[in-house]
Design a protein around this ligand. Structure first.
Ligand code: FMN
Length: 324
């Protein structure tokens, strides 16, 4: 069985973490992942009063005593109470993203909760190491949703080289056993997956969005800022947004100045499209790994299949390459 430093640190059997996707990684996904032996995370929403988050934490606890965590879009304003809620609830780990993680990490340390810093630049990774993050998630540009402009392969390897004893987890472009085996060879201690879990039974986002991931090919996504610019989303300039390319991105990506002159109208158009489940205009955050995903499965099946594929590769491939 594959066991890494991440497994002992988080007290889990399998080195897989589900990405804390805001609002759609709720109790159903986090508890299913945790109960399978991996690490489940809830993606906190941007609610000023953490009612939803409280409910999700309680709902996971009704299903399992095993460890799980909560993650945040830390660059969003007004999440202070949600962070405090997760710390007060003594979840096993809290995750931050899209900020200088220093004060988040010290707040988690004070509360006795492990900290996970998702980083998109080498500078952010160095800051996370210096601040004493328990785990660093190196997120490459293949990732679905908001992500870095650096490819996963070279970024993960670069972060591993500066991280010392801090375990590094790879994110972006991993959806199967070969992906897990590959990043373990780079020195990562596990994987953090979003898109693969979008196509899970327990993901709480829209069903039509799951369908879009299942039919998308590997080259069907685009890293763009058009939706963020129109909606004034709270992300730093070093971060783009990978979505499934559609008529809307075909029309406006690269024509952002012109687009912003129509901001109000286009914003309304996007909201209408979301309600109408119109994938030609509405954003569907998803990574290039969509091309490897052809079905919606229970999270437990996804995790078990990845682990068995990775174990098989790690046992047999070295022999095939190196001989006896
Ligand atoms: C639908 C979706 C929503 C996401 N939401 C968040 C989020 O709320 N906060 C965050 O830090 N990352 C978010 N991400 C990015 C993930 O944390 C993760 O880095 C990424 O999914 C990993 O790459 P993969 O999609 O190839 O597995 C999201 C990704 C997807 C696909």
């Amino acid at each position: 069985m594959i066991s890494t430093k991440l497994c002992s640190l988080l007290e889990i059997d399998f080195p897989i973490i589900n990405a804390p996707m805001t609002g759609s990684a709720g109790a159903a996904l986090a508890s299913a992942v945790t109960r399978t032996g991996a690490f489940g995370m809830i993606g906190a929403t941007l609610e000023p009063e953490p009612t939803w988050l409280n409910e999700q934490i309680q709902a996971v606890r009704e299903k399992t005593d095993l460890p799980f965590g909560v993650g945040f879009i830390s660059s969003a304003p007004g999440i202070t109470k949600s962070v405090q809620t997760a710390l007060d609830a003594k979840v096993s780990a809290v995750g931050c993203s899209f900020i200088d993680p220093t004060s988040f990490i010290s707040q988690a340390k004070e509360a006795g909760v492990k900290s996970i810093a998702q980083v998109q630049t080498l500078n952010d990774a160095k800051r996370a190491v210096a601040a004493g993050a328990d785990i660093i998630v190196a997120q490459g540009s293949e990732a679905g949703g908001h992500t870095s402009y650096m490819g996963t392969l070279s970024f993960v390897r670069s972060v591993v080289k500066i991280a010392g004893d801090t375990p590094v987890v790879a994110a972006g472009g991993i959806a199967d056993g070969p992906g897990l085996a590959a990043v373990l060879m780079l020195g990562a201690e596990g994987v953090w997956m979003g898109t693969r879990f979008v196509a899970s039974i327990e993901w709480a986002g829209a069903e039509w969005a799951k369908g879009q991931v299942v039919i998308a090919d590997a080259d069907a996504t685009i890293l763009t800022k058009v939706y963020d610019m129109l909606t004034e989303a709270p992300f730093p300039p070093s971060v783009g947004d990978r979505v499934i390319a559609n008529t809307f991105t075909d029309t406006w990506h690269g024509r952002e100045t012109e687009m912003m002159e129509l901001q109000r109208k286009l914003r309304e158009q996007i909201a209408t499209a979301v309600d109408a489940e119109d994938a030609t205009t509405a954003p569907v955050p998803a990574g290039s790994v969509s091309g490897l995903i052809r079905s919606v499965e229970p999270a437990s099946y996804i995790i078990r299949e990845i682990m068995s594929q990775a174990e098989d590769i790690l046992k047999n491939r070295p022999q095939a390459l190196l001989g006896n």
